[in-house]
Design a protein around this ligand. Structure first.
Ligand code: SF4
Length: 64
């Protein structure tokens, strides 16, 4: 699995970080950043949930 972000859409709500803090973070402006783009195990499942909960569809997931 690979996670990609669309930072231009991000409104900094932080739902991704609350859902999976091992994968997502925010920069000083609140825009999403990735700690890893290839999460594994429980972090991968958390990342899937984060993609689902993001209100602006700023996160994408591609399966390998
Ligand atoms: S949940 Fe979506 S809009 Fe909110 S900070 Fe994360 S990527 Fe940005």
């Amino acid at each position: 699995m690979r996670i990609t972000t669309h930072a231009e859409r991000c409104v900094g709500s932080g739902q991704c970080v609350l859902t999976e803090p091992a994968v997502f973070s925010q920069d000083d402006d609140g825009v999403v950043t990735l700690l890893t783009d290839r999460p594994e195990g429980p972090a991968a499942e958390g990342a899937r949930k984060a993609v689902f909960v993001c209100p602006t569809r700023s996160l994408s997931l591609m399966e390998d």
